[in-house]
Every structure is written in C-alpha cells, then in structure tokens.
Design a protein around this ligand. Structure first.
Ligand code: O7E
Length: 211
C-alpha cells in the first residue's frame, strides 16, 4: 500500500510554540517545513532545534541568481535542513547551483511548479518546470492541492519523484491529490487548531484510509 506522509508547515512566530507543537504532533508527521515567518522571527538556529524532532524542509523559496541561491541553500543545510525548496521559474542554473550544494550535504531539493494561490503566471510554464526538475535530478516537486487536475498532469511528467502538495485545510485544497502525491503539507489546520495533536492525528488517519 502506498504511504502518503504528512508534512507540518510550521508558520508560527514563537520558538516555544514551534517546539511545543512539533513535539505534540511528531507521531503523525514525517517532516517539518520551516518557512520565512518562523526563521525571520526566531533565527535560522530553529532549523537545528526542530531537526532533533523531525527532518526539516527549509522552505526559503529560493529564487535568486545561482551565486546567491547557493549561499542560501548552504545556510539551510549547514543549520541541519534535510531538504530545501527552490522556485523553478528562477531557471536551470539556479536549480543546478542548489542541487550542487545539496549533494555536499546528502540533502534533497524540491522544486515549486505552480502556487496554490494563483496560476496566473504559471500557465504553460509549470509543465516545463516539472520537466526540468526531472532532467536535473531533483528529488521532488511542490504541486497545488487546490488544482488536483494540475497535480495529475504534473505527476504524468515527473513520474516517481516526490510530489508534495500544500493547500489542504485553510486553502480548501482537495484530498483527491492523494492519488498522485507522496506528501501532503498542512499548516494552519494543525497549528491554529485548539488541539494540534488531535487535528494532526485526524489528518494522518484520513490519509491512511485514503491510501
Ligand atoms: O495554508 P496552510 O496554513 O496549510 O500552509 C501551507 C504552507 O504551504 C505554507 O507554508 C505555504 O507557504 C506553503 N505553500 C503553499 O501554501 N502554496 C504553495 O503553492 C506552495 C507552498 C509551499 O510550501 O511551497 C514552497 C514554495
């Protein structure tokens, strides 16, 4: 049976709260995704602290020139990240630069194809981004659960690399994407819940049943 993992998007601002929630839900998640809100509030050292609980995906949405992108990726990996997220639209050279750093740390690189919130400037582009991710040997893509038909199409392009789908819960994404995804990324539906552990458990169980 195919197992779909739950990734916690930990977009809270306080260190204590982040660590408490991560500890609380750790039995139900495979990774913690750390984004700018937490790192800009607590400092990059939070990646190392959370890594002691679960592997961390550093979601710095890297989208710069190769030189700068490499530095950003290096900071993430040096602080204990297991994977980084890069924007595919930044181009092949940027993705290659990030992959080179990842190799040094035995880390992974996930490429954003199109955003859950808007496809305005991604139409016709995201398929090319997905192809590039596979050609370069990236480990996964980020694809929108808000548009399951797009996740299906992207899956046909990328085959067996990881597909991480944000948008379930607060953004109204569809669990239909479990047919194609390897990971579901959930933030507010867990960390804003009155009982994050219970909410994470419910989503985890739902994923197991849908498998
Ligand atoms: O809506 P939530 O609270 O469940 O959180 C979703 C998380 O996934 C949040 O950290 C957001 O930045 C991220 N995300 C999207 O919501 N949509 C996307 O298209 C892509 C991401 C993401 O993780 O990819 C990195 C760019």
């Amino acid at each position: 049976m195919r197992k779909i993992e739950l990734v916690l998007a930990l977009d809270v601002l306080e260190r204590e709260k982040a660590l408490d929630i991560a500890n609380d839900v750790k039995d139900y998640i495979s990774h913690i995704k750390v984004n700018y809100p937490l790192v800009l509030s607590c400092g990059v050292g939070i990646i190392g602290e959370l890594s002691k609980i679960k592997p961390v995906i550093a979601d710095f949405k890297i989208a710069d020139i190769p030189y700068t992108s490499e530095i950003i990726a290096r900071i993430a990996f040096e602080n204990g990240a297991k994977a980084v997220i890069v924007h595919g639209f930044a181009g092949r050279e940027t993705v290659k630069a990030v992959l080179n750093v990842a190799k040094e740390f035995d880390g992974e690189v996930y490429v954003v194809t199109e955003l859950t919130s808007s496809e305005e400037f991604f139409k016709g582009i995201s398929d090319k981004i997905a192809k590039m991710a596979v050609e370069l040997g990236c480990h996964g893509i980020i694809a929108p659960s808000t548009r399951p038909e797009r996740v299906k199409a992207l899956k046909e392009i990328v085959g067996d690399i990881k597909i991480l789908c944000p948008g379930i819960g607060a953004q109204g994404g569809s669990l239909e994407v479990v047919k194609y995804a390897t990971h579901i990324i959930v933030g507010r539906a867990i960390y804003n819940s009155k009982n994050p552990k219970k909410s994470a458990e419910e989503i985890y169980k739902k994923l197991s049943q849908l498998d």
